[in-house]
Design a protein around this ligand. Structure first.
Ligand code: AMP
Ligand code: ZN
Length: 109
């Protein structure tokens, strides 16, 4: 855990952010500034800065993020209508919080 990292604080329940789903490896919560009717963030408990910083032992983390996004899409009822999942990578890629997270957006009519 990085002391000054917002997503570390959220993942370790040090904020009042509502956690929609939690496992040993990750948490899921709503994006505070949603870009779609459903906009969730899937965030590993392990602090990793970005996709660029994934290590050889992080395959499992990435896999769990994607499977969790898939499961959350079903839980939110948007799996059949469809959704997007994406990582922003570093400033030029739109990343603002430097703790890796998977966006899951959907629910458009
Ligand atoms: P990114 O631009 O990929 O780093 O995405 C960071 C996302 O985190 C943005 O979509 C923000 O709206 C969202 N965000 C920032 N602070 C919070 C927070 N306290 N709770 C939930 N989402 C947040
Ligand atoms: Zn962090």
């Amino acid at each position: 855990m990085e002391p000054d990292c917002l997503f570390c604080k959220i993942a370790h329940k040090q904020t009042d952010t509502e956690i929609l789903h939690e496992t040993d490896a990750l948490v899921v919560f709503k994006d505070i500034n949603p870009h779609a009717p459903v906009h969730l963030l899937i965030v590993p408990k392990k602090h990793i800065r970005s996709v660029n910083d994934l290590g050889a032992d992080d395959h499992d983390v990435v896999s769990k993020l994607i499977f969790s996004a898939r499961d959350m899409a079903k839980q939110m009822g948007i799996n059949e209508s469809g959704y997007r999942i994406f990582f922003n990578v570093e400033k030029g890629g739109g990343q603002m919080i430097f703790h890796i997270h998977l966006h899951m957006i959907g629910g458009w009519r």
